[in-house]
Ligand binder design. Structure first.
Ligand code: ZN
Ligand code: ZN
Length: 134
């Protein structure tokens, strides 16, 4: 949901300790099916990519950080355990979990990543058709 006052998409973790806003222009939903995401999210990871500097966040002190690889770290809420974001260190980019964003988001999955790593119990979700506004 785009907050009319700030013109930003808003979101929060399950318990509400962590809340954030990001530009509504952030790239559409990406779905990552890699093994890291599967093990950390219990499923594929759907996220919006946004420059770290463009995210406004409250409750960031509650986040627990975990180095998931040499090039990235991930943060979850220390109270409710919600997976909030992945930080790609070199790119200074945050991949914000789409499920935490208040709906309706007006977004569709625009791209699937690591499709070859997906488990056998679901089919790759359809991505938005070309030309569709995301
Ligand atoms: Zn929480
Ligand atoms: Zn992944």
């Amino acid at each position: 949901m785009i907050d009319p006052a700030s013109d930003m998409l808003t979101g929060h973790c399950h318990c509400g300790s962590v809340a954030f806003a990001l530009p509504h222009t952030a790239a559409g939903v990406l779905a990552c099916h890699c093994e890291d995401c599967q093990r950390m999210h219990g499923n594929f990871n759907a996220f919006l990519a946004v420059p770290k500097s463009e995210v406004r966040m409250t409750g960031a002190d509650v986040l627990v950080w975990y180095a998931s690889s040499e090039t990235a770290r991930r943060a979850f809420c220390g109270t409710c355990g919600a997976r909030v974001l992945k930080e790609v260190t070199a790119a200074d980019r945050w991949l914000i979990s789409a499920g935490l964003i208040d709906g309706p988001t007006g977004r569709r999955i625009i791209k699937n990543l690591w499709e070859q790593s997906k488990p056998d119990w679901y089919d790759i979700p359809l991505s938005a058709s070309e030309g569709q506004t995301v």
